[in-house]
Design a binder for this molecule. Structure first.
Ligand code: GDP
Length: 444
């Protein structure tokens, strides 16, 4: 059975475990007969019906609320039935099993949202933001995802695509009437229009990059001898912010020591404590993974005890770090009343105990990552969006240099438009859809 087939799908939409309420969601092109058989009556659209849910043998399973959303005014664009029962795993499993007995099949991860996309209720960028909203690690990330879900990101893409379409029409007109003595492009200020589009795209890329930071976070390599205060520093940095973050792609749990949040931006701390020469095969594999994570890091934090400064041991490990990795040296325990040298570049003095210097450290980390705290209009963006935006920017840049050769000019504009349309999913291969929706949770 492929994920794209139609038919009735059902899943528990609420999180596993016990809760006050649990929801079973059912979607299908025509749920009428299913609902009639399941509930014994046809509910009024969008009306809460308190009723007893029964199995096919008419034995009661639970009492709860049935909600019917007829197509097309539902999340998936199909008929949708929601059963709100008591939120226990056993009772919800019974309800679900009963749905299967009546002809539904288990929904695959993200299948409800996939149907919403296929029925034009959401475009691809919006569908992705559904998962991003659920996975959001902070309030800031959730707000960004919601902005994308509401279509603000897509609207900006559409505006760019429509600008490009207008320009392409001008070019086509020039190509169609080569003998005319009018320079359509000059007359319509094609160059100025292209420059305006370029600027809008640049702004959008910057907003998207910020969103991507909120989603992916920053990878911070932590270097430090035992007892210099690494754990104390992380606790102090984390403060009250609780990190609930799913591991980012390419970072296994054993390379990330922990994830903390700064202004909602996740900081994945990659611990180098275990990086030592060893004969042990298993340990070696772990070390290889850590080095791979170090290679992708944004910044290295070298933590030293201010009483000793940077010693030979730290110098050895620093020498093995990629030269391109920005390094911040932190002298910890300044509360011990030490005489501090003049501040050097990329060097900060902190006390994990008293919190002195920690705000400066937070600011420095965010600055290195490129975070703009005052950033407005940030969109939750994924790597694939950034790649597409970069490609569009490159195409437009090339078009700027091709204005004399109209065919090439037109072709670059077409390719820029294509790259942008991939974001919202106008042109999307099936495997991309599989990749995107396969990462959703079941029931969404
Ligand atoms: P780790 O082994 O690098 O993780 O170091 P810990 O965070 O466990 O700290 C080692 C010891 O140093 C503990 O006794 C901490 O209380 C102490 N310590 C950590 N940071 C500071 C600091 O800023 N000032 C002082 N005075 N002691 C600290």
């Amino acid at each position: 059975m492929t994920s794209a087939d139609s038919g009735i799908i059902a899943a528990i939409a609420t999180a596993p475990g016990r809760g006050g309420i649990g929801v079973v969601r059912i979607s299908g092109p025509q749920l009428g007969p299913f609902i009639e058989a399941f509930l014994g009556f046809t509910p009024q659209p969008r009306h809460a019906h308190l009723c007893v849910f029964r199995d096919p043998q008419k034995l009661p399973l639970d009492e709860g609320i049935a909600l019917f959303f007829p197509a097309p005014n539902s999340f998936t664009g199909e008929d949708v039935l929601e059963l709100q029962g008591h939120g226990g795993p056993a009772v919800l499993q019974l309800l679900l099993a009963s749905c299967f007995e009546q002809g539904a099949r288990p929904a695959q991860p993200g299948e409800f949202t996939r149907r919403a996309y296929l029925n034009d209720k959401l475009d691809l960028a919006q569908a992705e933001s559904v998962a991003d909203l659920i996975d959001a690690a902070s309030g800031a990330a959730a707000r960004c995802a919601l902005r994308s879900l509401s279509g603000e990101f897509s609207a900006r893409i559409h505006a760019l695509v429509s600008g490009l379409t207008d320009l392409r029409m001008l070019v086509e007109a020039s190509l169609d009437f080569p003998e005319e003595d009018i320079d359509f492009l000059a007359a319509a200020d094609a160059s100025g229009k292209l420059a305006t589009l370029q600027l809008a795209l640049q702004q959008l890329r910057s907003n998207a990059q910020q969103g991507s930071l909120l989603r992916e976070g920053i990878r911070v390599v932590l270097i430090g001898q035992p007892n210099v205060g690494k754990s104390s520093l992380l606790n102090c940095l984390a403060g009250q912010e609780l990190a609930i973050v799913t591991p980012i792609a390419g970072t296994t749990r054993d390379t990330v020591r922990e994830t903390i949040l700064i202004e909602g931006v996740p900081l994945h701390i990659i611990d180098t404590a275990g990086l030592r020469d060893t004969e042990d095969e298993v340990e070696r594999m772990g070390i290889a993974r850590t080095w791979a994570a170090v290679d992708q890091a944004t910044v290295a934090l070298l933590l030293v005890d201010a009483q000793h400064g940077v010693t030979a041991a730290e110098q050895t490990i620093m020498a093995r770090m990629p030269t391109s990795l920005p390094l911040l040296t932190l002298h910890n325990k300044i509360d011990l009343g030490l005489e501090l040298p003049n501040a050097a570049a990329n060097t900060l003095y902190v006390s994990a105990k008293t919190g002195a210097g920690i705000d400066a450290l937070r600011a420095a980390l965010l600055q290195i990552a490129g975070w703009q705290p005052e950033g407005e209009g940030i969109f939750m963006a994924r790597e694939r969006h950034l790649v597409a935006l970069a490609e569009a920017a490159q195409r437009i840049e090339r078009a700027q240099h091709q204005r004399a050769a109209l065919e090439f000019f037109a072709e670059e504009l077409r390719l820029a438009q294509l790259a942008l349309s991939r974001i919202t999913g106008e042109f999307s291969a099936d495997d991309l859809l599989g990749e995107i929706f396969g990462r959703f949770c079941i029931g969404k």
